[in-house]
Design a protein around this ligand. Structure first.
Ligand code: CP
Ligand code: NVA
Length: 309
């Protein structure tokens, strides 16, 4: 069994196998209903528990579908329904019990430390469904979407991130090393990428560049990505932060300097960081991006259970 915690720790080859498995799986399900089971039911007899410290629409429901389609059962609990959230039961004891009652855990946590500690005590796979500093299942799925639309390996493309230096960007930066793609990051001066992630990325990918001007960062790129300025874990002065990002709002002017066939992606939910005309344009592929999460997460689950084709 394997955990799926951060892209940095997973061998390049394995990440590539997850994506190629997902491609076959998506094709196979072209005429299926959401809850139709895959013929092979590779996770038949298993039960997956998903625990959410924070709100979720996409991650929660796409994992629900992924687990069901693979023939397993799923229970979703909010963290405040468990003892360990309130400190009444240790992470170690909770993990011991869950390792017996369940076959796999998906956790969205408000603490990186908790994710790490939990993974050490569990004897069953743990999948990271977002922490304050990472969102690896989102980014692996986004790479799938980019390659599906562009019909070429992401290593041949230039990606641009415009927005906050947050958890989604950290996972995107890790992906740029694993998949060897060029990444331009545009953010205000005081919001530079987290040094813990950035220094490792810079040592391993010299094609990651930071700009303080979105027009420079977006020039001739194939993909523009963004996320909310205010994340779930942000304890900042929201008004001030939104003001600081005013110049970084993605509008038609910014899209125009990218390649003609450039696409726009956003993990959702959105805030005010993208104009309505860009968000609802033909270049925006956000709905396909969300749909693809189910396919990729099925392959992530199979990777964890050593059942990848
Ligand atoms: N993109 C994403 O993870 O969305 P949710 O917060 O709704 O799960
Ligand atoms: N950066 C966002 C991502 C939501 C999917 C957050 O952490 O709230």
């Amino acid at each position: 069994m394997k955990h799926f915690l951060n892209l940095k720790e997973i061998p390049k080859k394995k990440l590539r196998s997850i994506l190629s498995d997902a491609k076959k799986r998506k094709k196979y399900r072209e005429n299926f209903n959401n809850l139709d089971l895959d013929k092979t039911e590779l996770l038949n007899g298993k039960i997956i528990i998903q625990i959410f410290d924070k709100p979720s629409l996409r991650t929660r429901l796409s994992f629900y579908l992924a687990v069901k389609q693979l023939g397993a059962g799923i229970i979703t609990v909010k963290n405040d329904e468990l003892h360990f959230a309130k400190g009444e039961e240790s992470i170690a004891d909770t993990a011991k019990i869950l390792s017996n009652y369940a076959d796999g855990i998906i956790l969205r946590s408000n603490s990186d430390k908790k994710m790490e500690e939990f993974s050490r005590y569990l004897n069953i796979p743990l999948i990271n469904g977002l922490t304050p500093s990472s969102h690896p299942v989102q980014i692996l799925s986004d790479i799938f979407t980019i390659e599906e639309i562009k019909k070429k390996p992401i290593a041949k493309l230039k990606i641009c991130w415009i927005g906050d230096s947050n958890n989604v960007l950290n996972s995107l930066m890790e992906a740029s090393v694993k998949f060897s793609f060029k990444l331009n990051i545009a953010c205000p001066k005081n919001y530079s990428p987290n040094n813990k992630f950035f220094s490792w990325v810079k040592r391993n990918n010299k094609y990651v560049l930071v700009y303080n001007d979105p027009l420079k960062a977006a020039r001739d790129v194939d993909v523009i990505m963004s996320d909310k300025v205010i994340s779930l874990n942000d304890k900042v002065n929201k008004k001030n932060k939104i003001k600081d990002f005013k110049k970084f709002k993605i509008n038609k002017q910014i899209i125009k300097v990218a390649k003609k066939d450039a696409i726009f992606l956003h993990c959702l939910p959105r805030g005010n960081e993208v104009s309505e005309d860009v968000f609802s344009s033909n270049q925006s592929k956000v709905w396909l991006q969300a749909i693809n999460r189910t396919h990729v997460q099925k392959s992530i689950l199979l990777y964890c259970f050593d059942k990848l084709r």
